[in-house]
Design a protein around this ligand. Sequence first.
Ligand SMILES: C[S@@+](CC[C@H](N)C(=O)[O-])C[C@H]1O[C@@H](n2cnc3c(N)ncnc32)[C@H](O)[C@@H]1O
Length: 685
Amino acid sequence: MDKSFRKYEKQKSILFPNDGQHFANKKANTVDVELVPKNRISISQLQIDKVHIGKFLLCRVITRCAKSTALAMVIEDPEGEAEFLALYNYIPVNKIPPKGLSVEQASRFLPISTVLAIQNPYYKVGQDAQTMLRSDNPNEIVIIKSNDKLLTQVKWKTNIELSKTSGIETSKVLSADDFRIRGNEYFGKKDFVSAFDEYSHGIKLDPQNVTLYANRSEVHFRLSQFKEALDDAETALKIDPKHLKAAIRKGKTLMHLKRYAESVNTFYTLLKDEVTREIDFGTKEWVHLGGPRLDHADYVSNAIEIKQVGEKGRGWVANNDIPQHTLLMVSKAFEIVFNQETRTCMNINFSTKIMNEATSTELLTSIVQKLRAEPTLAREIYDLYAGPESIHTASSEKISSKSMNVERIEKIIFYNAFQSEFFWKIFNQKTDHGCFGSGIWIKPSYLNHSCIDTNVHRIFLGDLMFVRAQRPIKKGEELILSYMDPVEPFEKRTKTLQQFGINCQCRLCKLGRAESNKVKQLRVKIQERFDSDTPLQFERVLLDSLIAELESIIEEFESLRPKNYDLDFSLMDVKYALSIAYHINGKFTKSITILEQLHHLAKKHNLFHISFRLSSLLAISYTLTAKVDKAKEFFKLALHEMIAPIIGNFDVSDSQIRSDVLLIAEKLNMPYINEAKLAGLMELI
Ligand SMILES: C[S@@+](CC[C@H](N)C(=O)[O-])C[C@H]1O[C@@H](n2cnc3c(N)ncnc32)[C@H](O)[C@@H]1O
């Protein structure tokens, strides 16, 4: 049995709790460098630990590439000096097939002999005490064509065997259809970059091949290169206006480009077509089964708007009275990286010695790549809060398609990223572990924090975040979300919130600050007991001593601090454990008394994610004590507390709704649902 709520209930804090996430990026003011000889710098002129602003390094790739966190290779400059080069954020997660990138595959990104201009080169000593060049901003890496004026005087020194650079020399003997087949094979293995190469070679041989364009459109789509996906789909449709897959890809790509009206038109035109209507699309490519990334438009209720809210900066404010459970936002992640998509668990930045969750590193790369592909999206991300020093620069900052402020994006991730989690078994997931990820959701990023007394809550489904009113909200009230679970101890909450510049003024934090040292120490002791690796002993023989220990902790704590049921979060774990111990010991009445107390607290604070579990357990406890009416009441309550935050308010006495709700509850693995079934509670409500 899990020892505390937290095992299940933790709605992890938004944001990443590590301090100072800023990797090795020292380039606050990168500039777009004019690639003219006077700005060129050579390797021997580079200074260690310096960003050479306004300069560029002309160089040529002379080895194959390897991809770990960065894409790494050796380059030479026209003077014949060689150096290591590490390119961060160059390859996003979705360009990497599930098995990782082989040297062969990694080298396709920058084949041997590719000539580069590295703008604003940054020279440093790497973790292995070797010097190296590092770039975090892929927009600063410019590929130079062989006929570029810059190369007229250049004679490269290293003799490299070009035949080994890639596997594409066979193109002379392959037909367009061969390339299509090879592309499809790569596509099947989710190696989209290789599939792209194959289809592109095919297109060179047969520029009118509609299938190749349609297929490449899908590859672009999978790589989140929506503009290119649209171009290819449209080219395919020019060649064959009736090409069904190309039309579908056009529709869904338009949707991802947020060109919703055109997307709808495309799909309506398809629906009007008789041939299309007769085709059974199945559900494969479509919406929910395809998760966790879902095809869905953003939605924001017109009862809310963003305003200045004093020292907190901007925030969402109700411009009308809003009933409880009203849906306020459905936000699709601007970008999200799911844990199962990352190949490494942790990533250490050796320059700062800070460990980052792999997903947050990948998130930076994915956002950088997304902005490279779609520079028009830069405004909505750059407008997000990026820390106290950059607060006033956002709107005035010039955003050109070439410039990219990686450091700013890094900070934006730090201050705005949410960690999503859901355990619903609705997608065809291979694992049962649920779905966790880190992402940026633009509109919800404007919600400010309070540990308690919040009025909105969030839930995730795939890459969608749903924000609903937790309680009725009055016109003029600011919408407040909790970044952290109030069940987390005061010290931990304070430490995390401080990193984000938040000195929380909620009642719970005020109580925490006002506590005497004795109470603080006891609270820390309780915390340690519950965080320790020693599990609570729920075995029957040890139960009595466990009960005595828990009862004495509660008594001691309550003698030091007056009973404060309204804010009694510090005792939640202890009391929950005690109720379980009583339950196992057959002392149902005692167990129920505590559970009801806890339920009251959770309900009072609209902590539905806790209260529905407590009411389910109460329903079962009442069944065991033969109090059927109470069991029924709590089971109904549990259903409402669990499902209303997801689908909105409903009346469980409506039989149609009830059956839908029970179905959802089963899908979502409602706790104790099997016990409820056995006890016949389903029929009773
Ligand atoms: C995700 S953003 C929220 C939107 C932000 N207020 C803005 O103007 O874009 C998080 C930042 O908002 C501010 N913030 C949020 N809640 C706050 C609070 N309770 N007190 C003070 N500042 C808060 C902090 O600067 C925090 O780092």
